[in-house]
Write a protein that binds this ligand. Structure first.
Ligand SMILES: [Zn+2]
Length: 566
């Protein structure tokens, strides 16, 4: 296609001036794709709305009225009549666990189990269908939906799973339930001490109950055989299809295994990588990227590296998010710093190394003291290494200390946030941390007021990958239990425009790609999504019912509702 443009430009230059027609229709190369009769919301403040878009190769070449874009139509142009539907920039999910998401699509579903008995029944049923010795993983159970809200124990499932090791996660990823066979395979007994940054939950006699928190999960996870290359590829292919069906055209993959990156490379080589990936492997392996000389956003439009993912603490749900003050409903604890933070100098050294190498640092920090400690480290790095466009990120940035908003902004830290967590955690957060701390929880509006850049994501497989659920959450803050119909801390609600901006330009900025994608503007990658209703006009409550009609990546129609996957 570039050859065609080059030939036409050349023809134009070589023709005698007097003969060059000034008619745009003749001097413009024909587009490969024209989407017309759409309500285009561009995320480009200089040109916020339009009716039509022209695409040449994988890039947008023109955005304008139906008649302006009509000039780009040629005999071979594919024309899509959008029938007045809303066209948005493709969604860019700034925080996913893509392999886990793909695996979850095919694993036992426990999230909506409403009782202990149902939880056990589903695991038993899965075990009957699972070959002996193969592990049951995934699950994403949520005991807050049960009555009483009790952490499950291995006794619930042991008799149903005598030959099947079970290692099912709590939906926040910070706790698992292992059955007796899994504990045995992992060598965890009453005599095993708690690892730093983790807890082996025990009964009154000191015996493990099967529940393992944070670093203790890793002890058991070591016994799980890693997925084969084929299993990974299948899971990632499933994840890509799911993403495209929801209009997610880019994902930022937190802490992937290197083997996942291997699968991405293989798919890229075959032209089968359809979702754009930015991968942030663990900071514990910072030497690998640093020694090769990979810097932030290294790679091409479909696959890039150059970031590292660090962990400062755990989660609110597992009471491992690290706070200045104790949990109200469990005053003996104020959470746990992660094992990467023992001692903090270990984290400082790794971060200094990453920053010196030009790698972007993305740090999971949820509790106020964890966030504050990471801001201290970021500030030390900026002082030590001088001014640079480094785009530090805090992943989740969930419970802010009042004193830290200004600092967050001054250090130009990006708040990489997942609004769905707000309507989920909003069910129980106040009981855990009280009104004052809850008032600075998922404080999206306060962040914006301070000039902090937001990047939206989901943390899939922790929360649903669907952008419409995320936008609904950010705009309504209506908790999943229905108890806050007017919004939980409604002063923190965003407008639909602000939410979509954070999900497109905001996420693109968070991966150094704001000049390549994130808006529907000439020169940008043609990643777009056509949706069933105008989310800017309908009631906020209706947003989550919005369906994706068509998804385009690099100008190609890659998903169509009611149709086959392209
Ligand atoms: Zn995550």
């Amino acid at each position: 296609m570039q050859n065609t443009i080059a030939r036409r430009v050349l023809a134009l230059l070589l023709a005698p001036v007097a003969v060059v027609p000034l008619n745009l229709a003749q001097s413009t190369p024909a587009a490969d794709l024209v989407i017309t009769n759409a309500k285009v919301w561009t995320a480009d403040p200089t040109h916020p709305t339009a009716e039509a878009v022209a695409v040449l190769g994988d890039r947008i070449v023109a955005v304008g009225s139906n008649s302006e874009i009509g000039a780009w139509r040629g005999p071979h142009t594919k024309v899509i009549q959008a029938e007045g539907k809303l066209l948005l920039p493709g969604f860019n999910d700034a925080h996913v666990h893509f392999l886990a998401g793909g695996m979850q699509l095919d694993s036992v579903q426990l999230t909506d189990a409403t009782s202990k008995a149902e939880f056990a029944r589903r695991i038993g049923e899965r075990a009957r269908k699972t070959p002996k010795g193969e592990w049951i993983l995934g699950g994403d159970w949520d005991e807050t939906k049960w009555n009483p809200q009790e952490i499950p124990t291995k006794e619930l499932i042991d008799s149903l799973t005598p030959d099947t090791p079970v290692f099912v996660s709590r939906y926040d990823g910070h706790m698992v339930l292992a059955n007796s066979l899994a504990l045995r395979l992992a060598g965890i007994t009453a005599r095993t001490p708690d690892p730093p940054g983790g807890v082996i939950v025990r009964d009154a006699q000191g015996n493990p109950t099967g529940a393992l928190k944070d670093a203790a999960m890793d002890m058991a996870a070591k016994a799980i055989p890693p997925p084969s290359h084929d299993e990974r590829r299948r899971a990632i292919e499933r994840a890509m299809r799911h993403a495209l069906s929801l209009g997610v055209t880019s994902v930022q993959n937190m802490d992937p295994d290197y083997a996942d990156i291997g699968v991405y490379s293989e798919l890229l080589e075959r032209g089968e990588l359809k979702v754009r990936i930015y991968a942030a492997p663990l900071i514990t392996d910072v030497d690998d990227q640093a020694k090769i000389g990979i810097r932030h956003a290294y790679g091409g439009p479909f696959l890039r590296l150059g970031a590292v993912k660090a962990f400062a603490d755990g989660s609110l749900g597992s009471r491992t998010a690290y706070f200045y003050d104790p949990y109200l409903d469990q005053p003996s604890t104020r959470g746990l710093l992660s094992d990467e933070m023992h001692p903090i100098s270990l984290m400082r050294d790794r971060m200094m190394k990453a920053d010196a190498a030009g790698l972007q640092i993305c740090t999971h920090a949820i509790g106020d003291e964890a966030i504050s400690t990471i801001l201290d480290l970021y500030s030390e790095i900026a002082q030590a290494h001088g001014g640079a466009d480094r785009r530090f990120r805090i992943e989740h940035a969930q419970h802010m200390a009042a004193k830290d908003f200004d600092r967050f902004a001054q250090l130009h830290v990006i708040a990489s946030v997942q609004p769905y967590h707000a309507i989920d955690d909003g069910r129980f957060a106040e009981a855990r941390i009280g009104h004052d701390r809850a008032s600075r929880t998922y404080a999206f509006h306060t962040f914006r007021d301070h000039g902090v850049r937001l990047a939206f994501g989901t943390d899939w497989d922790v929360a649903p990958l669907d952008p419409m659920q995320t936008i609904y959450a950010a705009v309504t803050r209506s908790t999943l239990d229905g108890k806050n119909p007017h919004g939980w801390f409604p002063e923190q609600k965003l407008t639909v425009e602000e939410a979509v901006e954070a999900y497109t330009m905001g996420s693109a900025y968070a991966e150094f790609q704001e000049n390549e994608k994130g808006s529907i503007a000439p020169g940008k990658l043609a990643d777009m999504v056509l949706v069933s209703q105008d989310i800017f006009r309908i009631t906020p409550e209706s947003i989550r019912a919005t369906k994706v009609l068509e998804t385009f990546v690099g100008g190609k129609l890659v998903w169509e509702s009611g149709g086959e996957n392209k």
